[in-house]
Design a protein around this ligand. Structure first.
Ligand code: 7TS
Length: 415
């Protein structure tokens, strides 16, 4: 198969990632294809965080002394980098969280607890990650609203006709939808979905865990009300994520957790809240991870999100072509034009876990299981899929290796 041309020099990028230089199982090169679970980190992020601890660490928003002011500056600068990266209108709309999961839970437990009740509907989707199902189930139990799901079509895209119909009864108060599925790869028409939700007076929350790392995102253009994502899937460290929210909506929400930094004034009789975004950031935050996330944003921006997206589209198309050559293999989800850099697949006669285990013995890391999307796997009628997911540092040769090794996997597993 002829190799397509990639938009940038991948080898130069790979040189920035120390983990990609090391041998796997001591002797084979690591082919890391589990980027949807978490990405690897470039030197800029690793060294930047180490350097922060070596030279600039102190608690933030507290000290009158130079070191604390320096740490605060770095921490707040990172917030502004994220603001610009997703095109929010103000740094006050950028709330630090632990990740996508915490962002969605924050909305459920503050906005949801205040605004949802009996007779209301929250609309999620059948392709949702558990983090966009379970918080709503927990809250529905408490508040008595209904949780409904937009179905998916056989081609792995959302059933937009059903979405329109579900919105028609005016009880939907919130639509909560994944931007790009971590299993099917489907990139959902968020802008259109937001427009339709708003026409019916509903708000829309976007789970951007699999979109922000991979494509340009403009929250104002999408016109979403909330947008949650994780730092660790976009070259940043674990323990940090972002919840974006429109300022007037965030202003109207009660706080999430109580404690230091989130208050304006505390008396024994009661308390008042700090301004945004601090109202939602109780306690000493993840300072170094926030700074690391800012550096990850610098790194991604220096390449350009449009180029990264282009690279991944080429990779995905190539991967789907190569995987189609493997007899007995089924890839789930839409064609590459509507898909993020994910290929979840099954092989007739082989369990996904065994496939992943044998691939690992050749140095190829993929994830197997339900990928925190059990309802979706029930719909697909499979217990588990193996999933290869790509990022800016993956090469076409690695995809060749995956396809060629899958033939060996079949020889080993299928009798
Ligand atoms: N939403 C989507 C679409 C995800 O893919 C994930 C993580 C999350 C939310 C939760 O993100 P977290 O950072 O808060 O954990 N997805 C995966 C995955 O596909 N494999 O491991 C984690």
């Amino acid at each position: 198969m002829n190799k397509p041309t990639l938009p940038y020099d991948v080898e130069a990028i790979r040189a920035d990632f120390p983990i990609l230089q090391q041998a796997h199982h001591d002797d084979v090169p690591l082919v890391f294809l589990d980027n949807a679970a978490s990405s690897q980190k470039p030197n800029l992020v690793i060294d930047g965080m180490t350097n922060y601890y070596r030279t600039s660490h102190a608690n933030v928003h507290r000290g009158i002394y130079q070191l604390s002011e320096q740490a605060t500056q770095l921490y707040e600068d990172a917030r502004k980098k994220v603001r610009d990266f997703i095109h929010a209108s103000s740094h006050r709309e950028i709330i630090y969280t632990r990740g996508t999961t915490e962002g969605i839970n924050l909305v459920a437990m503050t906005w949801g607890r205040k605004n949802l009740g009996v007779g209301d509907v929250v609309l999620s989707t059948a392709m949702a990650h558990h983090s966009n199902i379970v918080p709503w189930q927990i809250l529905a139990e408490e508040k008595g609203f209904m949780l409904k799901f937009v179905p998916i079509l056989d081609n792995g895209t959302l059933d937009m006709e059903a979405y329109r119909q579900l919105l028609e009864d005016n009880s939907v108060k919130l639509v909560t939808v994944v931007h790009s599925s971590n299993v099917l790869g489907t990139i959902n028409p968020i802008k259109e979905m937001a427009h339709l939700a708003h026409e019916q007076g509903a708000l829309i929350l976007i789970d951007g865990a699999q979109s922000v790392p991979h494509m340009p995102v403009n929250v104002q253009d999408l016109d979403c009300d909330f947008f949650a994502f994780s730092g660790h899937k976009m070259l940043g460290p674990t323990g940090i994520g972002i919840l974006y929210g429109k300022r007037d909506i965030l202003d109207d929400m009660p706080p999430y957790m109580g404690g230091g930094d989130m208050i304006a004034r505390v008396t024994l009789e009661g308390s008042t809240w700090n301004d945004l975004p601090y109202k939602f950031e109780a306690g000493t935050p993840s300072i170094a991870p926030a700074i690391g996330l800012g550096l990850a944003v610098d790194y991604l921006s220096s390449i350009g999100m449009d180029k990264i997206h282009q690279h991944e589209q080429i990779m995905t198309e190539y991967a789907l072509d190569r995987l189609a050559e493997v007899a007995g293999l089924t890839v789930y989800g839409p064609p590459s034009t509507q898909k993020g850099a994910v290929a979840a697949f099954t092989i007739n006669g082989a369990h996904a876990h065994d496939v992943a285990q044998v691939l690992d013995s050749y140095g190829i890391a993929v994830r197997a299981g339900h990928h925190c999307a059990m309802p979706l796997h029930q719909l697909l009628n499979v217990n588990a899929t193996a999933r290869a997911s790509f990022y800016l540092y993956n090469t076409l040769e690695e995809i060749d290796m995956l396809a060629e090794t899958l033939e060996k996997v079949k020889d080993k597993l299928i009798f």
